[in-house]
Design a protein around this ligand. Structure first.
Ligand SMILES: *Cc1c(COP(=O)(O)O)cnc(C)c1O
Length: 456
């Protein structure tokens, strides 16, 4: 069944409006307070402070209303104040906010594990562990893979992003801003070429051939029997919403299986209906050995998870996995409610609808720009509500980061929050809440189109 926007209801008005003075006086005052106390290393893309958020709208302390095309980086897929999540959080917090699952356990943790084991790909026996952040999930997936295989090497890919802790910095590809001067990094991490169709030297290379290129390098530089895990984002997030060529992921995962290598799909950004399936690997029927999850999992509450083959996860000795806050009871209640909302409103269908609606508009824009001699849209890609446009110098593949920045700034002035990403800083990514109304999405896309045309 297709969900229409009519079945969704909103608490605050779903309309964009920006005051003449922007940022407003209250946000300016907060920015001054902030500068005196918050470390400069934490930066914010939007210079306003939030007061309220619901559906596709974020409202600031000065009464400006923005169309949210970022979802707090793919987190608030069910909206930033989904009534079911809010009610579940209130109910859970009334009883207990924490006991520590490793001390006195509670049902919510078990119920979330049941849901994740059900929703993740594959019908094999699975086990789940809960944590707080995406990076923590990735760290633990690697811990499990190393213990279970008795091997050290971990393979990651060009353009990868896996987090900001020491091991996940090592796995992440981009130096600035994530790694520069933060080393030394964790050892035994090897980086292999990704399948990046738009930037392949040989544009005809197939997914299987791109996989073979990486596999040959692994065999020559590491040795397949030395590798504990291959970790990959099925659609790369921070690296530029790169969708590998069809066949790349299946070929890699089949080779990993053959060599006893744990295939870890990092679905922290792409999971939970974002791409129009529960997980991005579902599009090609790939069944990972371990899957990492976070962002969209709990309607905005901090929760992350690893779900994987029971034989791998149960190989770890009792006490070997955990953490004080992992699987916090309020966050678990939020996750169960968020998953309920995803199923009730069929947010997978909603994500596919967003794809159809957005791709049509973006392709029109691309053709229009090309016809006027300003072909700055090099590539349009993505799946579901995880879509991107890669901006280039007109008529070439040269990345155009300046245009990307200018477009994001122009959108913000008009009341549309747009995130950028990419190794070359030249990708505009669209990550709207899946509950955004068609009207609001179309308005946001029209603002984006006008901003690109004005700055191209
Ligand atoms: C965001 C992200 C992470 C890190 O998650 P945090 O919660 O920020 O630690 C890891 N992997 C991917 C693919 C991500 O997008």
């Amino acid at each position: 069944m297709t969900t229409t926007a009519n079945e969704l209801s909103y608490r605050i008005e779903q309309k964009r409006s920006i005051n003449a003075e922007f940022p407003g006086p209250k946000s300016q005052a907060l920015n001054e307070r902030r500068a005196a106390v918050v470390a400069a290393g934490v930066s914010s893309g939007v210079p306003v402070y939030v007061e309220d958020a619901d559906g596709g709208i974020i409202r600031d302390v000065d009464g400006n209303s923005f169309i949210d095309l970022g979802s707090g980086i793919a987190v608030t897929s069910v909206g930033a104040s989904d009534p079911a999540v809010v009610a579940a959080v209130q109910e859970a917090a009334t009883h207990f906010t924490h006991t520590c699952f490793m001390v006195t356990p509670y049902e919510g943790y078990v119920a979330v594990a049941e849901q994740l084991n059900r929703l993740t790909p594959g019908d094999h026996a699975k086990r789940t562990v809960l944590f707080n952040s995406g990076a923590e999930a990735v760290e633990n997936a690697v811990k499990v893979a190393r213990l279970a295989t008795g091997r050290d090497a971990v393979v990651a890919f060009d353009h990868a992003y896996h987090g900001r802790t020491n091991l996940t910095m090592a796995l992440t590809a981009k130096a600035m801003p994530y790694k520069t001067n933060f080393g030394p990094f964790a050892p035994e991490v090897y980086r292999m070429p990704m399948s990046y169709p738009f930037r392949e030297e040989n544009p005809d290379i197939t997914g299987a051939e791109a996989a073979r290129r990486a596999i040959t390098m692994i065999e020559k530089q590491i040795g397949g029997d030395q590798v504990a895990a291959i970790i990959i984002e099925p659609i790369q997030g921070e690296g530029g919403f790169i969708v590998p060529a069809e066949g790349f992921l299946p070929a890699l995962s089949a080779w990993a299986k053959d060599k006893g290598i744990v295939f870890i799909a990092d679905e922290v950004q792409s999971g939970f209906c974002r791409t129009g399936e529960w997980f991005a690997v579902d599009h090609e029927g790939v069944v990972p050995d371990i899957i990492t999850m976070a962002k969209g999992i709990a309607g905005g509450l901090p929760l992350s998870a690893i779900t994987g083959r029971a034989d791998l996860l149960d190989a770890v000795h009792p006490g070997g996995l955990g953490g004080t806050y992992g699987g916090n009871p309020v966050a678990c209640a939020a996750a169960l409610a968020a998953i309920g909302t995803m199923e009730q409103h069929d947010l997978n269908a909603r994500a596919r609808h967003i794809e159809e609606l957005s791709l049509g508009k973006l392709r029109e824009l691309q053709a229009e720009l090309a016809a006027s001699g300003a072909s700055v849209i090099g590539d349009i890609r993505g799946r579901g509500a995880m879509l991107a446009i890669e901006l280039v110098q007109a008529g070439s593949k040269e990345p155009n980061a300046d245009l990307t920045k200018a477009v994001a700034a122009a959108c913000l002035k008009e009341g549309v929050i747009i995130l950028t990403c990419g190794t070359y800083g030249n990708v505009i990514r669209l990550l709207p809440p899946l509950v955004i109304s068609d009207e609001l999405l179309i308005d946001g896309l029209e603002v984006l189109a006008a901003a690109i045309k004005a700055n191209a």
